[in-house]
Design a protein. Structure first.
Length: 162
């Protein structure tokens, strides 16, 4: 999976869902570009007014995720999708063999006040995926046509935060 043409990105939330990933990338990511991985000493939490997760430091805990090998176009699309809420930062994750892999991950830009709750991909898929997919498709249709700020206005309208 390692190749200098690709950027290794660890995803831990909605981008672990194949349908969401396909919408964001605008293509199917081959299985050869995906591998299970985990991030130590962290947990996933959901803000009380959101459906997506954020990372929090939690000694001894471990966040399951996927390691994606993304090309430049993929990275551009992921940056567009994540731009308003997250920023990329370097991290070390472990693959299924226990090897340490240097990767980027998207972390929340600012810590917002309010209660946080444990986040589960399965629960999110059951309760929020269908609406999220429609919103994500509408948002990603703006890729290459709008700025992130313009697209964010559309996203806020979709989720009722205008």
């Amino acid at each position: 999976m390692k190749n200098s043409q690709f950027t290794m990105v660890f995803v831990f939330g909605t981008l672990r869902d194949e349908d969401v990933l396909r919408v964001v990338l605008g293509r199917e990511l081959p299985s050869s570009c995906r591998a299970c991985a985990s991030l130590a000493d962290h947990c996933r939490l959901m803000l009380h007014d959101e459906t997506y997760p954020v990372l929090a430091h939690m000694a001894g805990d471990c966040v399951p995720g996927q390691l994606l090998a993304l090309n430049e176009q993929d990275m551009s699309r992921v940056r567009f999708f994540e731009a308003d809420e997250y920023e990329f930062e370097a991290a070390q994750v472990r693959d299924v063999s226990g090897n340490v892999v240097d990767a980027l991950l998207c972390a929340e830009r600012a810590t917002r006040p309010g209660p946080r709750y444990p986040w589960s991909l399965r629960r999110w898929q059951r309760e929020h995926k269908s609406a999220f997919l429609i919103h994500a498709q509408t948002y990603m249709n703006l890729y290459g046509k709008s700025t992130v700020a313009q697209a964010d206005v559309v996203w806020k309208g979709l989720v009722g935060r205008v």
